[in-house]
Design a protein around this ligand. Sequence first.
Ligand code: AAO
Length: 494
Amino acid sequence: YHNPHFIGNRCVITHLMEWKYDDIGDECERFLGPYGYGGVQVSPVNEHAILDRRPWYERYQPVSYDLRTRSGDEQQFRRMVKRCNKAGVRIYVDIVLNHMTGGQSGQGTNGNHYNGITMQYPGVPFGPNDFHGHESCQTKDLEIHNYSDRNEARNCRLSGLRDLKQQSEYVRKKQVDFLNHLIDIGVAGFRSDASTHQWPDDLRSIYSQLHTLNKEFFPENSHPFIYHETIYYGGNGINSNEYTSLGRIIEFRFYKEITNVFRGNNQLRWLKNFGTEWGLVPSNDALVMIDSHDLRVGHTGKLGFNINCFEARLLKASTAFMLAWNYGIPRVMSSYFWNQIIRDGKDVNDWVGPPTDQHGNILSVHPNADLTCNHEWICEHRWRQIYNMVRFKMIAGQEPVRNWWDNGDYQIAFSRGSHAFIAINLQKNGDKNLRQRLHTGLPAGTYCDIISGDLIHNKCTGKSIQVDKNGLADIYVGHDELDAFVAYHIGARI
Ligand code: AAO
């Protein structure tokens, strides 16, 4: 469950939040495949509640396991999976097994009625006996109040969401069928939503009944890749290591520590031994990110601390570190535009759903010739500084971190063996420019900086360096430049 089943040396996932399946299929063929992305996380695919104003988070309120959302129906989902696999790009589905809807009633995206008050979900079907009640949850209002309490966190309700009793064989069977349906279609794995709120043994039992991956696209006997949302920062919270035997975990300490460093609260020089020595889980157990669908709107962490698309320079630099460092499987968030208005530390528009036409249909993505998207879709995964670092990571491969240099403060540089080299400058005081003759680890030659430009027709469109026969080069990152870093690798050498 730890292996993402990437093709070749691909190694990065992007979350195309709320994209339509047809668009994701196009994107796999025209961009993700050619530019070396390994996979796509898609927003929840099963029927969910339709809420007022159509917030993005309605997708986290399941109504049934039928495959139909505003992103498309089952046929479109199948077509996408096939096209992406053929383009060398895997599909991972965000699965919401912990709960059904909140305490309201209405219609789901496939036309099934549901009632969260009486806990009737005829589309599955689930009834009141399939949910946790006072016999297992000790809080008066059945809500989780203490997230560190194992029983409460798993047997009570997360923000009012009706909490499924996964101890019931019937409930597990319905969920196994759902996951097997997706596996048979050809997905490579799952993001497990709200994992901390489910008992590890229940998940284990569900996973033990899963099919192996579809042989049309995967080697025989491949198991789905599963990564768990376990928000753990140490202390007495529920430890994410309770889940590492089940698959990978999303290592929130990575996001928190890296954000803290790039925000200027901790010198970059300390990153020299970043990873397990900082208390993180072993690299092979981790999936990492800088931004996510929750972080960008402060549904986890804090606005002002979290880094999202509205702070592009910081997002690019921190993402570059994530992609240059050899830890975990990185996931790049790709969002859509919303009008962020922060009041009292909260974004009043934290609910805003994907761009739609006046009938509520999600808009298609029409990229520009310069590879960027239009105003509605941010497409961080198409920013040059980011997709070129995806290539950097691919070229760095399994090479170790070497040639570490720092100025004792907010400037660092390191190589990945003799394949790639990066220098980052976030210096705030004293000599703010990074100007050094450094060991790059690279073979002699002229290299293009893949951040300020590209190698095109054997010429650098941005900056370049000369590496001498000892691997030394003059590295420069001015403090006032568009980007806070430069990056070079053997794939962009003249
Ligand atoms: C919506 C409405 C609610 C309404 C509900 C039901 O917004 O007002 O009550 O419907 O009608 C998403 C949205 C929710 C939405 C939900 C359903 O974010 O707003 O509710 O869909 O439509 C916890 C969970 C974690 C969860 C996260 C948001 O543990 O699993 O909250 N993430 C996932 C998804 C998310 C989704 C759901 C789960 C539900 O990614 O998109 O919700 O399917 C503490 C806890 C964490 C907790 C965070 C939340 O963290 O430990 O477990 O996450 O708080 O902020 C310190 C502490 C640390 C603490 C942290 C805060 O560092 O050490 O423990 O601060 O960041």
